[in-house]
Design a protein around this ligand. Sequence first.
Ligand SMILES: NC(=O)c1ccc[n+]([C@@H]2O[C@H](COP(=O)([O-])OP(=O)(O)OC[C@H]3O[C@@H](n4cnc5c(N)ncnc54)[C@H](OP(=O)(O)O)[C@@H]3O)[C@@H](O)[C@H]2O)c1
Length: 327
Amino acid sequence: MKAAVYERYGPPDVVQIQDVEKPSPADNEVLIRVRAASVNPADSHLMEGKPYVGRIVFGLRKPKLTRPGFDVAGQVEAVGKNVTRFKPGDEVFGSSRGSFAEYVCTPESKLVLKPPNISFEQAASVPVAAYTALQGLRDKGHIRPGYKVLINGAAGGVGTFAVQIARAFGAEVTGVCSTRNVDLVRSLGAARVIDYTREDFTQGDQRYDLIFDLVANHSLPACRRIMTPKGAYIGAGVLGLSMFHLPFRLLAVALLSRSAGQTFVNLMAKSNQENLATMYQLLKDGKVTPVVDRCYPLSEAAEAIRYLAEGHARGKVVIIIDSSRHP
Ligand SMILES: NC(=O)c1ccc[n+]([C@@H]2O[C@H](COP(=O)([O-])OP(=O)(O)OC[C@H]3O[C@@H](n4cnc5c(N)ncnc54)[C@H](OP(=O)(O)O)[C@@H]3O)[C@@H](O)[C@H]2O)c1
């Protein structure tokens, strides 16, 4: 079968499409014929081996993980003998390492059925982005109906889910994005949209119960000034920071973790069965609709990773895998 593979750290050019052995499922695993997979910033971070400190875990001289892709949607082809929730033919989505490939095996606990009202491309865009938004807003930010929530980076993969999830929880959402994305963010349910090319959100009079920050381009004192006395700052992303500054930001958030009633948290989201089940329901009920920016064929996986790494995707970037072309 075909799969995207890289054998050394570097820019997206290191990704090649190779013939690799088709996997077979362990007892608790499901073999999926992949129909679509989505790209996340983590794919390029791992591929480039940055920040360098990460190489202590992911391989000092060359990467231990050589197959990009975390999110998958497709059709069950076979199941291990202990699998009870899925059968061949089921349409599923969830988490799987190395999902830029024609087939993957993943534990059944990392999958849910695909709601029939969304496409494989939309389903593949859900896992990492949606559980980051869900864990940030609900589990760490304790979002409630009526909360005033600011989402910095509202037009990207995580942001487009965060706006809709915050709305689904009854919050009043302010989204921050550039001019060309103002209409998109408003259409997702944001009551207010701040165009960061014209206005600095930390300079307004509005106070927020929850700031969900995917960009980290404003100082913590500036964010603190616009938080309510019991407000929370959830730092989830670093789109506006260099890798050099990243450790300092994480340290600053950690040092402030609970200061005079306000909460500061660095989010490290993890794949989670309950989150997928929650997303299944939100998607099925039409409360969340994934926003897919661009789709690329597997042969252009490197281009898809490069496009996302430019930092201006509108929603998610998806890789479509058509294994009928490689029987
Ligand atoms: N903590 C975790 O567990 C976790 C999990 C997943 C992702 N993340 C991180 O979260 C961040 C977002 O991930 P993602 O998948 O959403 O990335 P993404 O899809 O690449 O985000 C792109 C979006 O960021 C927006 N953006 C760029 N600069 C901005 C600025 N100065 N102000 C406001 N928006 C800006 C862009 O909007 P414009 O084109 O309008 O500028 C674009 O729509 C990344 O840093 C990622 O590494 C963390």
